[in-house]
Design a binder for this molecule. Structure first.
Ligand code: CMC
Length: 432
């Protein structure tokens, strides 16, 4: 079959040029414009990458119109139902679900990388106790590059694999240490008898005076949250990791860059913003006034936890997390939780309101995740840090895919320059 082409024509008589149209295994075709500048002397203009595929990837597929999310081809609903987080991590990293033996080996490797260098714990005391956990995470994860020189040869596949193990294993320890530091409690060392998620909860909530006994319903809820956040194709933080990685920077520095990007309220910081918004609304009777402010874009008011660049339908993760939210609140006898009831009422109003319907704004993963975190006694400021813990799997898999791609080039966008053209220097005494 002959190659499919897209023809670009100009209104000023410049000759038309053809570009190959590439097809993926599923999803929209893409026009390969790599030769555009060479052929026409022109660039494309696409702020926010609204129509730009920045890479080829085999990891995660999203159909935003239909509300579909798949890791390596498997629907998120099936993975969230049947797998634990490490099984999903293995899948994302390696492309296939592990068999029993592969899973046992992987779990064992991760378990034996959970401790951090003792000197790393001293970094924490350089931070104020009230530092935002994301500020601490950016610093401490970036600092890992100063501890693990033996695994930062990015051109060696085994080195990259070891860095992946280290990051996935140490992020729960580092995240829990961030929390412990903020509340002034001693750090808990990881315990190898526990599962990955139990261990995280133990390091968060155990103290030397009182051990933490994991509750299976809460552990399962945390597993689900981590699975749902593990990867999401080329979002802002993943693109940040890829861009940093394209320069040859070491993996720990790249993940630290991803954490910084995730922090923003339009991205990972939204779960924190949802709880702040619910607290501000306070009562169902104030919903109409709040929705009015949002619709009038009064003071940049937004319905946090709603809307998504890709999903123009219900975010499939939001459905799963809403169910998990019910289970957790039931287990903890919090069915009448004020925030949960308020969130349900707010969701109902928004889903029936023309403003949101017309713009295809539906709840995203963050709308209910904050309520689950809160029920698990996780403080609001830690929400995005836990998102980072989960997303580390996706980031490192995407980074590895980038480095292994023979077409990989340093990421270097161009611009439409709108500033001053050349002018002569004016000495200080002649300036107005
Ligand atoms: N509340 C009110 N209006 C909204 C919202 C919202 N949450 N989201 C989008 N809109 C409006 C927006 O003002 C615009 O209206 P108009 O056409 O009148 O100018 C229209 O909907 C299209 O929005 P957009 O800003 O062009 O959409 P985008 O794709 O650039 O932004 C988004 C996507 C996620 C940044 C945005 O929806 C948002 O800021 N939502 C709230 C924050 C949030 O929940 N983020 C979590 C995303 S999921 C987790 C993750 O992946 O990190």
């Amino acid at each position: 079959m002959s190659e499919k082409l897209a023809t670009l024509s100009f209104s000023d008589g410049t000759p038309s040029v053809d570009f190959p149209v590439l097809g993926g295994t599923v999803g929209p075709e893409v026009i390969d414009v790599r030769a555009l500048y060479a052929k026409t002397g022109k660039f494309t203009y696409d702020p926010g990458f609204m129509s730009t595929a920045s890479c080829r990837s085999n990891i995660t597929y999203i159909d935003g119109d239909q509300g579909i999310l798949q890791y390596r081809g498997y629907p998120i609903e099936q993975l969230a139902e049947h797998c634990d987080f490490l099984e999903v991590a293995y899948l994302i990293l390696n492309g296939e679900l592990p068999n029993q033996e592969q899973k046992a080996t992987f779990v064992d490797i991760i378990k034996h990388h959970t401790m951090v260098h003792e000197q790393l714990s001293r970094f924490y005391s350089g931070f104020r106790r009230d530092a935002h956990p994301m500020a601490v995470l950016c610093g401490v994860v970036g600092a890992l590059s100063a501890f693990y020189h033996d695994s930062i040869d990015i051109h060696d596949a085994r080195s990259r694999e070891i860095s992946a193990f280290r990051l996935i294993a140490k992020l729960p320890t580092i995240t829990a240490m961030t929390y412990k530091y903020s509340v002034g409690q001693p750090f808990r060392y990881p315990k190898n008898s526990l599962s990955y998620v139990e261990n995280f909860l133990y390091m968060m909530f155990g103290t030397p005076c009182e051990d933490y006994t994991p509750n299976p319903v809460l552990t399962r809820a945390m597993e689900r949250i981590l699975i749902l956040h593990a990867d999401h194709e080329q979002n802002a933080s993943t693109s940040t990791v890829r861009l940093a990685g394209s320069t040859g920077a070491n993996p720990f520095a790249c993940i630290s860059a991803g954490i910084a990007s995730l922090w923003g309220p339009a991205h990972g910081g939204a779960n924190e913003a949802v709880l702040k918004m619910l607290a501000e609304i306070d009562d169902a009777k104030n919903i109409p006034a709040f929705i009015k402010r949002v619709k009038e874009k009064d003071g940049h008011a937004m319905l946090m936890g709603f809307g998504h660049r890709v999903y123009k339908n219900y975010d499939p993760r939001a459905k799963i997390i809403q169910k998990t939210c019910h289970e957790v609140l039931e287990e903890l006898d919090l069915k009448d939780d004020k925030l949960f009831k308020l969130a349900i009422a707010l969701e109902k109003v928004a889903l029936e309101d023309d403003y949101f319907v017309k713009r295809k704004l539906y709840p995203n993963v963050d709308f209910y995740s904050g309520i689950v975190y809160k029920a698990l006694s996780i403080p609001v400021s830690m929400f995005t840090a836990i998102f980072a813990l989960a997303r580390t799997v996706g980031w490192i898999a995407q980074w590895n895919e980038l480095i292994s791609d023979p077409d990989q080039k340093i990421g270097r966008p161009r611009q439409l320059f709108m500033g001053a053209t050349r002018r002569e220097f004016v000495p200080m005494n002649k300036r107005k």
